[in-house]
Unconditional design. Sequence first.
Lengths: 301, 293
Amino acid sequence: MTRLERFQNNKNALGWAFMLPATVLLLLFLTYPLGLGTWLGFTDAKIGRDGVWIGLENFSFLIGDEVTRLALFNTIFYTVVASIVKFGLGLWLAILLNKNLPFQSFFRAVVLLPWIVPTALSAIAFWWIFDAQFSIISWVLMKLGLIHSYIDFLGNPWNARISTIIANVWRGIPFVAISLLAGLQTISPSYYEASAIDGATPWQQFRHITLPLLTPIIAVVMTFSVLFTFTDFQLIYVLTRGGPLNATHLMATLAFQRAISGGALAEGAAIATLMVPFLLAAIMFSYFGLQRRAWQQGGDK
Amino acid sequence: MSTAKKNNDDAQGMDFLQSMPRRWVTVYIPIVLFVIVLLFPFYWMAITSFKPDNELLSRDGNPFWIIGPTLAHFEKLLFKTEYPAWLLNTVIVSVVSTVISLAASVLAAYAIERLRFQGSKPAGGAIFLAYLVPPSILFIPLAAIVVKLGLFDSRMALILTYPTFLIPFSTWLLMGYFRSIPYELEECALIDGATRWQILVKIVLPLAVPGLISAGIFAFTLSWNEFIYALTFVSSSENKTVPVGVVTELVEGDVYHWGPLMAGALLGSLPVAFVYSFFVEYYVSGMTGSVKE
């Protein structure tokens, strides 16, 4: 056996050799920046200038900063409202798609479109739909006689918050619906048949069959959905850039504004670091969701 | 119940118990409404990009239709802006980063799933954790790194950073596919004297083609749609990608050129929609597979 052949049949050496490209790329551009970002949060780095350690100064400044507190509130509000609406409508759409429909695969393909096109570009379409002067929504509502002047969708704080949430929900529903549909398709129809014979109403079937069997997948899907929504950037950047009066600033857009547009690299990094505890909470949620799934299947993996 | 026709098709479930009018109200009308709402922005994008300016900026008439369609917005977009360069950049960046990520992911997934080297379990866990790290918390330190490496304002910056979200995803997906390939095939090949590399190339990869397509399509659309890195790491117009170029370069001051903007959004969405339409099944299985595992 030559040395090359021996190497090729040595599990450990070959395993690590195969892992090498992925490991190098991820260590250099994922693990290292993750650490660097945390470190930057404790320095006073600016663009073009390495910082020195200043301890918790950035964080104590940010906690006292009105705009940061508003951004934190906005992010939580945006995430909670958008996630609940996405879950409700997504589950409804998944249940509808799971019925025996004509053109089922066509519907399923079309429904995913908002998810696959670039968000920045569909956000531009929403920008035009929400235009203060020529909004199509205002035009229709005017024609129906429901309003008397055009709505300023993005110019007023609460209108802007709701409009951005609508755009986010529009984009997120397909992911929730198609993932939950995959979960629904694994539920055996015999449960529904058996419960119908015992006289269960559709609501009882949903409550006592669909929901419990779907819970594990709901946990995972919603964790991802919360993760995407909490760290959202593109939609806000395109639609409002955080305005009006910082009413739609999320943590990610504020971090961008402070660090890249404003040059205060360290401050932006500190804002990004503040997001980490929330992300960890979401991941824990997913972890326990998966645990429960394994337990339900009787597996011990 | 006993007189109801026996239903052999499991997928049909209990639907036959519902009357037709009831089905219309509870199923067909809601689903059509969903589809209309989900597709409306695309319709609006398309119709705006063919509308002449005087129709765009008017509140009279029927805004849902065009009276005198025009190609002026596309002409402006393609000949008076750097849109073609953005398109080229996006294609290059997406294709190259997808190929790099797929190659790295195939090797990593095979090593974790089949070589079972010491430490393969923690490596799999680390890959999953890496998948959960969002670009929004990485872009600031990454910008510093990109500047240090002298890659700022180049395609290379994007080609090297996109794998950070493509590799974890593709590896996770491919691990699932490799798991479904029977061990026996590999054991037979080992007995016949094949090396691990031969097994990977001649047995595992051909059997994992659907998985490779899923991962490839997914990686391609993810990198085509990427925004925050492209916005942060590239500053000169000729190096921008389509999403960033349209958002930052086509908006001049307070005058919004809605026609070219919408035309740019439409043209930038079409390639991914086109690729997607050919591989819907692979895309869906990739998306749901990553959630289910």
